[in-house]
Design a protein around this ligand. Structure first.
Ligand code: 7TS
Length: 417
């Protein structure tokens, strides 16, 4: 298990106060906090060996190139990728999914084909496919969910057919916490010759993920949700699929030879990385991966599972709250959405914020899911390696106060300040 006390010492931001109260950071699904080693790796790069990569003959450039490519190796190892060059740097999950939409999907999805997603996709794994479907004359199929917030098992199979060309699905839902059975779905989709893209934005930071085991064709994830900096993410593509993909962005460094009227492409992964890349943040993502690897992803998952179990047991005791997502923690990540029919989630979020507790409120970029659930928004607490039972207790206590405050008019009228 994790030594959370020791972990917390590595995160400088956890010492700060918000409105004079200790920060309780429970918005990890939006972005995680960063340990000192990640922040220091950015400083080390800019102070010690800042230079462009893949083009310099001088020492600094070679040092930067080595560190930048070493980070790619670390990320590849972290997700079990067969080769480092099957990992392409992107800005985030959204860009990684768009890369697939603008390259592989644009070239391979044909009229009459079907793209299958689920009802619980983040907009980033839905809106790009709407465009591909529209442009290429394909149809988007949406697997429905049950009241418990899992894929409807009685219907899922019927959505994956010989018409399916791509299954694009998240491994963990950011709005429900549901863990989807992506391995068996991948097997099913492959049996019909379809490709599979897994949105790993909420899984790669929180549990062991191995692309060889999942056998997916594409895996997209963001560095900033896994202790890394913003502005860096990755797309894994199965080597034989990547080999045949046309470039996404064109320009410097992604070419081999250029004439006035044409060009040939560089090898992998450079073919997909036009221009000066986000060197510092890629290196810092490597440092984040080092940190998570040292903890062990099995331990990370186990910590979150236990804390989620504890949080659910506490939240369930607040009768006025509706909870969403599976109640069995073996089927759920550390994401805790809740809702009260009388109090707007933004009001709850604002009240919690005044007590130093950071959560997210809104539709969480899953508007079609909210519509399917018959609500417009939820309040959502989301956990990570540095969160504790004491923080969950604080959330629950302040939440009870907030509900009393907003549903009892007299109390509200008398509240100081
Ligand atoms: N997919 C999932 C499942 C996500 O949770 C997110 C971000 C994305 C894609 C997009 O990631 P990005 O790094 O490109 O922005 N989710 C959230 C969230 O739940 N709250 O803020 C961002």
């Amino acid at each position: 298990m994790l030594d959370v006390k020791a972990i917390r010492k590595n995160f400088p931001i956890l010492d700060r106060k918000v409105y004079g109260k200790p920060l309780v950071y429970l918005d990890n699904a939006a972005t995680s906090q960063k340990p000192h080693s990640v922040i220091q790796s950015l400083v080390d790069y800019y102070e010690g060996y800042n230079a462009n990569v893949h083009r310099g003959v001088h020492a600094l450039s070679m040092e930067a190139t080595d560190k930048y490519e070493e980070a790619r190796h670390k990320v590849a190892r972290f997700i079990g990728a067969p080769k480092p060059e099957s990992v392409i740097w992107t800005r985030n999950t959204s860009e990684a999914i768009n890369l697939v939409a603008y390259t592989w999907a644009a070239a391979n999805i044909k009229a009459g084909d079907e793209i299958v997603v689920s009802q619980m996709e983040h907009h980033s794994n839905l809106v790009p496919w709407q465009k591909v479907a529209r442009d290429n004359g394909a149809t988007l199929q949406v697997i429905p969910i049950t009241k418990e917030g899992v894929l409807d098992p009685s219907q899922t199979d019927s959505f994956i057919t010989r018409k399916t060309k791509l299954l694009a699905i998240n491994q963990v839902s950011n709005s429900l916490g549901t863990i989807n059975p992506v391995k068996s779905l991948t097997k099913k989709a492959h049996a019909f010759g379809a490709k599979v893209l897994i949105d790993g934005a909420q899984s790669v930071p929180h549990m062991p993920v191995d692309v060889k085991d999942l056998d997916c064709d594409f895996l997209a994830f963001s560095g900033h949700k896994m202790l890394g900096p913003t502005g860096i993410g990755a797309l894994y593509v199965k080597p034989d699929v990547l080999e045949k993909m046309e470039p996404f962005l064109r320009g410097g460094e992604m070419v081999l030879e250029v004439w006035n009227d044409r060009a040939t492409w560089n090898g992998l992964p450079m073919r997909f990385e036009a221009g000066t890349p986000n060197i510092a943040d890629a290196i810092a993502l490597g440092a984040a991966v080092d940190y998570l690897t040292a903890l062990g992803m099995d331990n990370v998952r186990e910590h979150e599972k236990q804390l989620t179990q504890y949080a659910l047991s506490q939240l369930k005791q607040i009768e006025e709250l509706d909870l969403f997502g599976p109640m069995d923690v073996s089927q759920r990540g550390g994401i805790l959405p809740f809702h009260n029919s009388e109090v707007h989630p933004h009001d709850l979020g604002t009240y919690l914020d005044r007590e130093g507790i950071a959560i997210r409120t809104g539709h969480h970029c899953t508007m079609p899911l909210m519509r399917a659930m018959g609500i417009v928004a939820t309040a959502r607490a989301s956990l990570y390696i540095y969160n504790t039972e004491e923080e969950v207790d604080k959330l629950v206590a302040v939440l009870k106060d907030a509900l009393r405050y907003f549903t009892d008019g007299t109390k509200r009228a008398n509240r100081p300040g």
